[in-house]
Design a protein around this ligand. Structure first.
Ligand code: NOJ
Length: 582
C-alpha cells in the first residue's frame, strides 16, 4: 500500500514534467548535497522538535539555494537514544517526525522541485527496541545470531560479569553490555541501546539488502551509509592495544585504544559491495542512477578502498573530511593545497571526489575557522572538482551554540560527564535552524525547543540575510550557481599556491564561462598578481562573488595583475576561457 501510494505520487510528479532529470547518468558526480538534520530544520506541531511537514514547507527555500539533493538524517522509528541513529524499524517513520503520508508528501515535493533525496541508512546497529534484538535477546530463532553475543569471562571481585575483551564504545565506556535475560554480553560500538548487528550471519546481510531495496522502490535516489568501518569485527575478539594518545582525555574514551580489531576489517568492503549490488540491480532494471555515499575511516588508504577497484565499484564516494580536519585558524595556502591534493592524488582514477565542510558530528565551520574564512572555504569547496556536501545552516554561517551540561542531549556528551562534555557533545552544531528574528528564530510556534536556539539568531537568520545586500546566504547561492556551469562540472582544474598566504585555482573550459577562485588565509589585506601563474587568463576578470569584507564586489572588474583580497576573504572571478588553455 505504502509503495503503491508512493509510486502514484512519483508518477504524478513525472507527468507534470518537473521531476529531476534522472536521465543524466553523471548527476551525482557534481551535485550539491544538502544535509538536513530533521529535528532542527522546522517544527510545525509546536513540540519543539523539527518534523517532516517542516522539511516539506522548507523545500522551496532549499530549492532557492541551488542545491540538488537532500540527504536526510534518519527519520525511521526510533527511541531517539542517538536521535534516530538507533533504528527500531527500518520500514516506518518515527511519529515524532510525522506519518508515512507526511513522508510521501515530502518525497513528492522534493521530486516536483527537481531535487533528489538520499536516506541515511545505519547498517552497523539497530536500536535495542528493534524486534530483531528483542527476539535475539529472548533466544527466538532465527534472530539468535542477529547480533554479536559473547559469553562472560567470569565474575570479578565486585561480583560483576567480566566482558569478553577491553573494547570501548565510540561513546565511551565498555563496548559490551551484559544481558540478564540472555546471560551473555552483546557488542555495542555506540550507545548501550545500539547493539551491533552480526554480519557473519547471512540472514542479517539479506535483511539489510531488503531495506535498501525497499527504499529504492519507494523512489529515493540513494543512501548515506553510516559508520561502515564498524560493520565487521576481527574473529578472535582480542584486546585492543592502548593508543598512548596524549590528547585522549580519559581512559574510557574510544581514543584510548588503537582500533585494530573493531574497525576497518577487510570484510567491511565485502559487505558494502553486497549493498552496492542491490543498487546496481535496481539501476539495471529501472534505468535510474542511484548513489551511495558513506562515512569514511580516518586512514586515507582504507578510505580509498571504499571506492572499490576496476572490477568492483563499491561506494560512489566516501566522505572527504580533509577540509574539516586540516583547515583551521592558522592554516596557510600550502596547507590548504596539501589538504586538497591529499584526496585527489589518492583517489582511484576516474572516480568522484567530494568535499565536506561540516555535518551533525562536527563543530560548525564558522566556529572552527571564523565567519569570514568560513565563506572563503565555501568558495573553495564549491568550485573544486567533484561533489559538494553541505550541512544545513552553513548557508547562513550559523555558529556553534553554547549548550549547558543541564541542557545536553547528545549521548556522546552525556557519557563524557559534566567535566568533559564540551569536548565530545555534538549538540552545539545541531541547534534549531534560524529562520528569522521572531521567538525561537521562527523554528517553532511552541514554547520550547529541544536544544537552545543560538543567541546570534537576531542577526544570523534567513530573513535578515535575504534582506541584506550581501550576506553569507547570498554568497552561498552564487556559489551553488557556479556548479551549473559546464566549466565547474567538467572543466580543467589548475591549483596554485600564489604565496604562503594566497591560494588560487581555475576551472576552465575553452570558450565557456570559466572561473578563478582566489583565497587569502592572512589576517590582512593583500594584493597579488596571478598573471604569470595563470598565463591563459585574460588581463581583466569579472567578480562573480566576493567576501562580505571585500572592497570589490559582484560585477566589478579586476586586473589579473592586481587582485585585492581582504583579510581571510576570497573572490570568485569569471572570464571566458580562451580556445586553447595553456
Ligand atoms: C555516525 C553518525 O553520523 C553519528 O551521528 C552517529 O551517532 C553514529 N554514526 C552512530 O550511528
Amino acid at each position: 500500500m505504502k509503495l503503491l501510494t508512493s509510486l502514484a505520487l512519483l508518477a504524478t510528479a513525472l507527468l507534470f514534467g518537473v521531476a529531476c532529470g534522472q536521465e543524466d547518468p553523471n548527476w551525482y558526480k557534481t551535485a550539491t548535497y544538502y544535509q538536513v538534520y530533521p529535528r532542527s530544520l522546522k517544527d510545525t506541531n509546536g513540540d519543539g522538535i523539527g518534523d517532516l511537514k517542516g522539511i516539506t514547507e522548507s523545500i522551496p527555500f532549499l530549492k532557492s539555494l541551488g542545491v540538488d539533493c537532500i540527504w536526510l538524517s534518519p527519520i525511521y522509528k526510533s527511541p531517539m537514544k542517538d536521535f534516530g541513529y538507533d533504528i527500531a524499524d527500518f520500514y516506518t517513520i518515527d511519529p515524532i517526525f510525522g506519518t508515512w503520508e507526511d513522508f510521501e508528501e515530502l518525497l513528492a515535493t522534493i521530486k516536483a522541485a527537481g531535487l533528489r533525496l538520499l536516506m541515511d541508512l545505519i547498517p552497523n546497529h539497530t536500536s535495542n527496541e528493534h524486534e530483531w534484538f528483542i527476539k535475539s535477546e529472548q533466544g527466538v530463532q532465527p534472530y539468535v545470531d542477529y547480533y554479536v553475543w559473547k559469553p562472560s569471562k567470569g565474575i570479578d571481585a565486585n561480583g560483576s560479569q567480566i566482558p569478553p575483551n577491553n573494547w570501548l564504545s565510540a561513546f565511551a565506556g565498555s563496548a559490551w553490555k551484559w544481558s540478564d535475560r540472555r546471560q551473555m554480553f552483546y557488542l555495542h560500538q555506540f550507545t548501550v541501546e545500539q547493539p551491533d548487528l552480526n554480519y557473519r550471519n547471512p540472514l542479517v546481510l539479506a535483511e539489510m539488502q531488503n531495506v535498501f531495496r525497499f527504499w529504492l522502490q519507494i523512489g529515493v535516489d540513494g543512501f548515506r551509509i553510516d559508520a561502515p568501518a564498524h560493520i565487521w569485527e576481527h574473529e578472535d575478539f582480542l584486546d585492543e592495544p592502548p593508543s598512548n594518545d596524549p590528547n585522549c582525555p580519559a581512559p574510557d574514551q574510544f581514543c584510548a585504544l588503537n582500533h585494530t580489531y573493531v574497525k576497518d576489517q577487510d570484510e567491511v568492503y565485502d559487505i558494502l559491495y553486497a549493498f552496492r549490488t542491490v543498487v546496481d540491480e535496481f539501476e539495471a532494471s529501472s534505468g535510474e542512477i542511484k548513489v551511495l555515499m558513506s562515512e569514511a575511516s580516518g586512514d586515507l588508504g582504507l578510505t580509498m578502498r571504499y571506492y572499490g577497484n576496476d572490477t568492483h565499484n563499491i561506494i560512489h564516494f566516501p566522505f572527504n573530511f580533509y577540509l574539516i580536519w586540516e583547515i583551521n585558524n592558522s592554516t596557510n595556502a600550502p596547507s590548504i593545497e596539501a589538504a586538497i591534493l591529499r584526496w585527489l592524488e589518492a583517489m582511484p582514477v576516474g572516480r568522484t571526489a567530494n568535499y565536506v565542510l561540516g555535518n551533525h558530528d562536527n563543530g560548525r565551520l564558522a566556529s572552527r575557522v571564523g565567519r569570514e574564512f568560513a565563506m572563503t572555504n565555501q568558495m573553495i569547496a564549491f568550485l573544486l572538482p567533484g561533489a559538494m556536501i553541505s550541512y544545513m545552516g552553513e548557508e547562513l554561517n550559523m555558529e556553534n551554540t553554547f549548550v549547558s551540561w543541564e541542557q545536553t542531549q547528545d549521548p556522546q556528551g552525556c557519557n563524557a560527564g559534566p567535566e568533559l562534555y564540551t569536548l565530545f557533545s555534538r549538540d552545539p552544531e545541531r541547534t534549531p535552524y534560524q529562520w528569522d528574528d521572531s521567538a525561537f528564530a521562527g523554528f517553532t510556534n511552541g514554547s520550547s525547543t529541544w536544544l537552545p536556539v543560538n543567541e546570534n539568531y537576531v542577526n544570523v537568520n534567513v530573513a535578515a540575510e535575504e534582506q541584506a545586500t550581501l550576506s553569507p546566504l547570498k554568497i552561498y547561492r552564487r556559489l551553488a550557481e557556479t556548479r551549473k556551469f559546464e566549466s565547474v562540472k567538467t572543466g580543467s582544474f589548475d591549483l596554485r599556491v600564489v604565496n604562503d598566504d594566497v591560494l588560487a585555482f581555475t576551472r576552465q573550459l575553452p570558450g565557456e564561462v570559466s572561473f578563478l577562485v582566489i583565497a587569502n588565509t592572512a589576517y590582512n589585506t593583500v594584493t597579488v598578481d596571478v598573471s604569470a601563474l595563470f598565463p591563459s587568463l585574460p588581463s581583466s576578470l569579472t567578480v562573480f562573488t566576493a567576501s562580505e569584507n571585500s572592497a570589490i564586489q559582484e560585477g566589478d572588474t579586476v586586473l589579473t595583475s592586481a587582485i585585492i583580497l581582504p583579510s581571510r576573504g576570497g573572490l570568485v572571478l569569471s572570464f571566458i576561457a580562451v580556445d586553447k588553455i595553456i
